[in-house]
Ligand binder design. Structure first.
Ligand code: PMM
Length: 299
């Protein structure tokens, strides 16, 4: 677990809880659309064990069309401000430089851009000027037609190479490499087999030299894995146990953070992974293994 400049050093994989302030996100759209409900949701994710809360105002589910900038600002900024005022570490999930900048002014400590700075040419310079950490996700185009871009010869090699280009662009524009996080973009221009191949290739992603964020929560590839005999996948909100399994695996393979909707099970999963990780492989070697964390009660 490597560290990210500008954020705390957790001694395990961090847990990023999701608050989508949207009417139409694929797995939780409409639930937290109102500012007060969204802030309350963020606080309850923290109570469940989230280290960071990711606030987004634009759905990126496959096929989604874009929300306008004014509406995105209206959805996101009050929620960022409300959570930051409560001491929550807030990440803003946006492809727009203006939203990123305004969110940082409102207290966000991390910018999470699913387009890796490609959707808005002003994004990377804006993040460089703000001096906050930046998540670069692998992206091949907007959601309305991204499924048609799921064409790979060697998915791992191509995603790694395209992410390396984004790192180079960010660094060239003045973002400190120590502030960059990479993300394979599970479900974005990818079929289930591509997503699974990328999760299994954590070592190749980590070889980029930057911390890795894994965001597979409730996504289609998990539905595909869980589908019944006639191929019908469970509904998105019935994929949380599979998400927690993914969190444990990603954490054990050295992911820096996992982004999830249901925090409680993942908070446990990353602690189990920590207990199985030798202290020497962690960022903060003094923090114990987790095995000696308390009295041995029962078995
Ligand atoms: N996926 C979604 C939204 N934001 N951010 C990052 N860094 N990585 C992702 O894979 C990602 C993201 C879409 O999922 P949601 O609708 O459940 O939020």
């Amino acid at each position: 677990m490597s560290s990210v400049e500008g954020l705390p050093d957790w001694d395990r994989c961090a847990v990023m809880g999701v608050v989508n302030v949207t009417p139409d996100s694929f797995s939780d759209g409409g639930h937290w659309f109102d500012t007060a409900a969204a802030v309350k949701r963020g606080l309850s994710l923290v109570a469940d064990g989230a280290d960071l809360v990711d606030v987004g105002g634009e759905s990126t589910r496959p096929g989604a069309s874009r929300v306008d900038e004014h509406e995105e600002l209206r959805r996101v900024i009050p929620v960022v401000r409300g959570l930051a005022a409560e001491g929550v570490l807030v990440s803003v999930d946006t492809m727009r430089a203006v939203v990123a900048r305004r969110a940082v002014e409102a207290g966000a400590v991390l910018v999470n851009d699913v387009s890796g700075g490609l959707a808005d040419p002003a994004m990377i310079p804006a993040v460089a000027a703000c001096g906050v950490p930046f998540v670069l996700m692998h992206w091949r185009g907007f959601s309305h037609d991204m499924n048609s871009r799921a064409v790979y010869g060697d998915v791992v090699a191509e995603v790694v190479s395209e992410l390396r280009d984004r790192i180079d662009a960010a660094v060239a524009a003045g973002i400190a490499p120590e502030r960059l996080v990479v993300d394979p973009g599970l479900g974005f221009a990818k079929e289930a087999r591509h997503d699974l191949g990328l999760v299994a290739a954590m070592a190749d992603l980590r070889a980029l030299g930057r911390p890795v964020l894994v965001a597979g929560s409730r996504k289609r590839f998990l539905g595909h894995v869980l589908a019944d005999a006639d191929g019908t996948p469970p509904a998105a909100h019935h994929r949380d146990a599979a998400t927690a399994a993914l969190s444990a695996i990603a954490a054990h393979q050295g992911a820096w953070a996992v982004r999830v909707h249901d925090v409680r099970a993942t908070a446990d999963a990353v602690r189990v992974a920590r207990a199985l990780t030798p202290p020497a492989s962690r960022t903060s070697p003094n923090t114990g293994t987790g095995l000696d964390a308390g009295p041995m009660l029962g078995w």
